[in-house]
Design a protein around this ligand. Structure first.
Ligand code: ADP
Ligand code: MG
Length: 363
């Protein structure tokens, strides 16, 4: 029987456009003989709009953006908007699995995952805990430390702590870290609000900037290293892809410019020794497990000239267009884009089925 898959994309996020392109690419990769595909569009303003079943792959992203007539405002109409039980195929509104293709806050951070949990719908990718822990760089690093993963030294504080005693924090940073440092809002991605600081003056400026985006700030010691990324796929027995290197083509001060299309090269597989590769695999799996990930994760590392492997972060919904690192890593590992999506759908259904076995009462 054909599976009914809902694509959830767009979103109240800086990565709205990326999400639309990803959704289009996913429709092009899905086999319409195996799947009935239903689009669910979240506008830039956060309105949810449901489109008619797609009968063919989408060519232009315009086809994925629906007008007001498809409006279903949240949360009052949520119960009529999405099915409240797992799809049986009988109900016109039922879905077997949802594929959230939303990056950043309001999508990758566990909020949408929580909604899908409440609706008891199977969905692709990480659950509430992994998504929210993965979105907060401080919590993520604290968990990595528990897993024994090597990281750069860091200091963190919230806005009020900084306001109350700036000189204490400046002293602490200068004592515990070496220049340059990286200043980041704890809860954003895509390099938003991140800057490098080489002295006290720049540090204060960088903190002011980061505080525009978040109340929680992390200051990390800078490291001179290559950036190597690993794809992890699975639930209880996750597997790793080959490593890939991301290489800026020139030096960037603006970390957003750095990742614009055309500004970086991807080298897959990355040129690393067998020993480094084994460490990368070990650490990527440990990171996946300590955050209780499911489905997929991209684990990002620094590898120094003397082959030290230092974890930077994990992305619980990594870029997912066919030319993004995660799908390319799997392509080079023998899993093409369509197969990757098929596997993620199976993993989502497997995790959901396992959860249905749990007892929620004492008898
Ligand atoms: N401690 C660090 N040392 C050196 N470079 C860093 C450090 N932290 C971040 N960077 C650079 O900034 C980029 C973005 O930082 P990252 O923590 O990955 O944020 P994001 O979640 O926005 O991807 C990294 O890919 C890397 O190039
Ligand atoms: Mg990153």
């Amino acid at each position: 029987m054909k599976k009914r898959i809902g694509l959830l994309y767009g979103g109240k996020s800086a990565e709205h456009e990326v999400s639309l392109s990803t959704a289009r690419a996913v429709t092009q990769a899905l086999n319409f003989d195996d799947y009935d595909v239903f689009p669910i569009f979240i506008t830039q303003e956060g309105e949810w709009r449901k489109g008619a079943q797609l009968l063919a792959p989408v060519e232009a992203i315009d086809q994925l953006q629906f007008g007001k007539e498809n409006n279903q405002s949240l949360p009052n109409n949520i119960s009529s908007f999405l099915p409240s039980t797992q799809g049986t195929g009988e109900d016109d509104n039922s879905l077997d699995v949802i594929f959230p293709l939303l990056h950043g806050p309001n999508g990758e951070d566990g909020t949408v995952q929580g909604l899908l949990e409440v609706l008891n719908l199977p969905y692709i990718g990480n659950g509430v805990l992994a998504s929210s822990a993965g979105m907060d760089k401080v919590v993520m690093k604290q968990l990595f430390a528990i897993a024994g993963l090597k990281q750069v030294p860091f200091v963190h504080f919230i806005r009020n702590e900084w306001k109350k005693d700036q000189s204490y924090w400046l002293g602490k940073i200068e004592t515990e870290l070496a220049w340059p440092v990286f200043v980041k809002p704890a809860n954003l991605g895509s390099s938003v609000g991140i800057s490098q600081a080489a002295n006290r003056e720049e540090l204060i400026e960088a903190v002011d900037l980061a505080l525009k985006y978040d109340r929680k700030i992390i200051i990390e010691q800078g490291i001179k290293a290559r950036e190597i990324e690993m794809g992890v796929l699975g639930n209880d027995t996750p597997k790793c892809s080959v490593p890939g290197e991301i290489k800026p083509l020139k030096a960037f001060y603006d970390y957003q410019a750095k990742y614009k299309d055309g500004n970086t090269a991807m080298i897959i597989p990355a040129d690393v020794s067998q020993e480094v590769k084994a460490t990368l695999i070990d650490h990527a799996i440990k990171a996946f497990k300590v955050l209780d990930c499911s489905g997929l994760v991209r684990a990002d590392f620094f590898v120094t000239d003397d082959d030290e492997v230092v974890i930077n972060e994990v992305n619980t919904l990594p870029g997912f267009t066919p030319t993004s690192m995660f799908p390319l890593l799997w392509q080079h590992t023998g899993v093409n884009y369509s197969e990757l999506i098929d596997q993620l759908i199976e993993l989502a259904i497997e995790r959901h089925a396992e959860k249905q076995q749990l007892h929620y009462t004492m008898d």
